[in-house]
Design a protein around this ligand. Sequence first.
Ligand SMILES: Cc1cc2nc3c(=O)[nH]c(=O)nc-3n(C[C@H](O)[C@H](O)[C@H](O)COP(=O)(O)OP(=O)(O)OC[C@H]3O[C@@H](n4cnc5c(N)ncnc54)[C@H](O)[C@@H]3O)c2cc1C
Length: 414
Amino acid sequence: MRNIVSTVNTFVIVGGGLAAGKAAEALREHGHLGPLLVIGDEQERPYLRPPLSKGYLLGKEERDSIYVHPDDWYPKHEVDLLLGTSVKAVDRRAKEVELDDGRRVPYAKLLLATGSSPRRLAVPGADLDNVLYLRHVGDSERLKAAFTKGARIVVIGDGWIGLETAAAARMAGAEVTVLGHSELPLLKVLGREAAEVFAGLHKDHGVRLRPRVEVERITGTQGRVDGVVLADGSRLVADAVVVGIGITPNDQLAQQAGLDVRDGIVTDEHMRTSVADVYAAGDVANAYHPLLGRHVRVEHWANALHQPNTAALSMLGKDAVYDRLPYFYTDQYDLGMEYTGYAEPGGYDRVVFRGDTDERRFIAFWMSGNRVLAGMSVNVWDVIDPIRSLIQSRADVDDALLADPGVPLGSLLP
Ligand SMILES: Cc1cc2nc3c(=O)[nH]c(=O)nc-3n(C[C@H](O)[C@H](O)[C@H](O)COP(=O)(O)OP(=O)(O)OC[C@H]3O[C@@H](n4cnc5c(N)ncnc54)[C@H](O)[C@@H]3O)c2cc1C
């Protein structure tokens, strides 16, 4: 590493994930010529996490394919990567970050891209061996090793991570049970009809869904998990348990530094935090979204991919606003889904379907009055752009036209 301590105009990025990698790229692209340092606490250079529950977990994607940039990209672009290093504190007055080894690094501009961490299960036995979480590449490798033919896998949590790992485990020939709090997986996120599609998908692939259950404790033999006991007294035998019960933003650093933190680091639409010369992007940012008219913290890949560009422009003193609609996708068995927009539970009044939910080939539109708030395409491709345009147009749309597959979506635009 160069002697960064004495250099001026150093831009520092804390966090070694997708947002950090893309921010470094954008800063160089948009003309930052000074020193640029990425500090990440993992040993790996920035990589993508979606393959960890899909292609990489299934053994279909090679390790090399998950990285944001090739190894030599960083030296070529004079980006210093300080891996395996945690930032312990931000001194906003001195404009320095403090590393876990006590060194202090000055910054002219600082980007916090610290992402998020899995919520931990707080029941007795949760620390037994083979109680697994999924965030890092090593976690994915542990899951892959556990997902063998006939292995009994209990997945706690029926959100995206729970369902994707359940699919991967089934595809490896494991016996899979998914435990959920509510009546259907993803019920809160998608509403009943769309959630039923995912429940049907997993049942058809032989997953046992156990809705409305509470985990009381995890049991083990010689330090290794052997079962899960539910509040109703029933016990499931388990060779491994996967916990996917949501994530929390890594915002402690920002909080200690006195930044405005509310479910993530609060930023404006330029990705500026409440403190001068400090910016945030990716999973950790609770950013004001001008189209939605509110702050949103988006825990998805596309946000970590694009938001850093706005942050980089702002760090360089250029005018930039982040107003892309949230987008995410999932792949489970033979189902591919894309979703764009923003429809909170209770924030929409109905869902209009185009196509056949039984065949799992359809588009769903979340509506408020006559406006489309969000759209999801399931095994229907190349429609996300017109759906995004419909949402952005705020046009009044007739339900019957939306539901009619013969009507091109583009023709509904004003
Ligand atoms: C298994 C999995 C599958 C996913 N699948 C999808 C999907 O299909 N579609 C989708 O849209 N999204 C998906 N996501 C979400 C997507 O991967 C995240 O939104 C994205 O990774 C966020 O990137 P980020 O850089 O903001 O944060 P992160 O990826 O969390 O990276 C932050 C990095 O900063 C490091 N860090 C934190 N604090 C410090 C510190 N103090 N000092 C140094 N380093 C620090 C962390 O260790 C981490 O390496 C998935 C996520 C996971 C885990």
